[in-house]
Design a protein around this ligand. Structure first.
Ligand code: ZN
Length: 431
């Protein structure tokens, strides 16, 4: 960007701060929390005329219920149509791209429920000091508002995007189900040469996420009267042996690390320099009554695996650990393991041109070097790019340290919103 253009852009972003906040307020006021996610149609219908005015062709795309049911057995608690938006502006339109490269820009329109402990009304934005409060302002409606503003400023300044732009604003991300984005990927609707994910935080350019696998172990016993325990098998006591073995496995798993650095925030809190695999025991249930020897005990948890690991190895490692235990306690232990794979890991090379472009634009717009990072969580975008093989990175508007996404008083700095507008403009223009 030339200096004069950059100054003009700065000035306009300042002048239109209120309009930017107004976009965000409108988006927040449509309660798209999931479950139940019943207002997806409303938010997409609000967005369509906005994108039409900016020269985009819009498609309102519903994820058919039978597709959702086929892939996901638990759809309980979901109400209404699963509506998503695809908005496309290509080089055939007057201010379209000069080159024929396409970019997909993605984030999600759903948010988590309000929860408790708010000091402001969660579905109305409130400005306090230099921040805006409301559910979704950071995760991830702030980036949607910034995108609308960035596209509108480009029209006004007559700045032409170097890419054909395809905007995918999809739903059901927060419930961790088969999301609208997964459906877009399966339907071949993601066609960009590059994919920008506007979900996540603004501390670094995220190129990697962990894969997710949930597991469940049912330990079987034999119930009987608790006064004669020798007649039965206490499943909870047996489960303790399994828990001990899982603890040893956890130690081995978590001694590994990825090549991918973690965020500076993570390093500050944990001393950890790279993302790591994680093994958690998170749920336990068993027993019938105080005076009955428990017939079964079920343990559940998750395993998050780094991009250098793969799902098969992860399952095999767990199976082998349990197999060893079974051999040690011959005749005594009876259990069944079930593994439920979730999102795969995501990885784009830090040397990819696309990553460098996003990093350059983000660093320039925010006025500070944005490092390349990975996160230990999982993203639906990982599922998508496993299909599409697109180079992807995630860079969002909020701060993982300050925004309290998913918590009470979710907030975003107005400065970050404005910098995000500049980031998008800089990315879409020639570097
Ligand atoms: Zn999000």
């Amino acid at each position: 960007m030339r200096d004069r253009e950059e100054r003009e852009l700065d000035k306009l972003v300042e002048e239109r701060e209120n309009e930017l906040i107004e976009y965000l307020s409108e988006l927040v006021s449509i309660p798209t929390f999931v479950p139940p996610g019943e207002n997806y149609g409303e938010i997409v219908d609000w967005l369509i005329p906005k994108f039409n005015d900016l020269g985009f062709r819009c498609e309102r795309i519903e994820l058919p219920r039978d597709v959702l049911h086929r892939i996901q057995d638990e759809t309980e608690g979901l109400i209404g149509e699963r509506v998503n938006l695809l908005a496309v502006k290509d080089s055939s339109s007057s201010s379209g791209a000069k080159e024929s490269l396409d970019i997909d820009i993605y984030t999600h329109l759903d948010v988590v429920p309000a929860g408790e402990g708010w000091s402001t009304p969660p579905f109305r934005t409130v400005r306090k000091g230099n921040r805006i409060y409301g559910r979704g302002v950071a995760d991830s409606k702030g980036s949607v508002a910034a995108l609308l503003m960035a596209l509108s400023l480009m029209e006004e300044l007559n700045l032409h995007s170097r890419y054909n732009i395809r905007v995918a604003l999809t739903t059901d991300e927060e419930i961790g189900l088969y999301s609208g984005l997964c459906y877009f990927a399966d339907e071949g609707l993601l066609k960009g040469d590059y994919l920008l994910c506007m979900d996540g935080d603004n501390e670094g350019i995220c190129i990697a996420t962990n894969g997710v696998m949930n597991w469940e172990i049912r330990v079987n016993g034999k119930s009987c009267h608790s006064s004669t325990p020798f007649l039965g098998v206490n499943a909870i006591e047996r489960a303790k042996l399994v828990i001990d073995e899982l603890e040893r496995l956890k130690e081995r798993v978590e001694s590994r690390e990825s090549e991918v650095p973690c965020s500076p925030f993570m390093t500050q809190v944990t001393g950890q320099k790279h993302i790591k695999p994680v093994f958690n025991l998170t749920m336990i249930s068993g027993g019938v009554k105080e005076n009955i020897i428990p017939p079964s005990c079920t343990l559940r948890g998750d395993r998050r695996y780094i991009p250098e690991e793969n799902e098969k190895e992860v399952v095999k490692e767990l199976e082998e650990a349990l197999q060893r235990l079974k051999l040690e306690h011959e005749h005594e232990l009876d259990f069944e393991l079930q593994c439920h794979p979730g999102f795969p890991p995501m990885y784009t090379s830090p040397d990819a041109d696309w990553v460098k472009e996003v990093q350059t634009a983000a660093s320039a717009a925010f006025g500070v070097h944005k490092p390349i990072t990975g996160v230990q969580g999982g993203l639906d975008v990982a599922y998508a790019v496993q299909k599409t093989k697109q180079p992807v990175c995630a860079f969002g508007v909020g701060s993982s340290m300050e925004s309290n996404a998913h918590g009470a008083d979710e907030n975003v700095r107005i400065e970050d919103l404005k910098n995000y507008v500049k980031f998008l403009v800089m990315l879409l223009l020639h570097a």
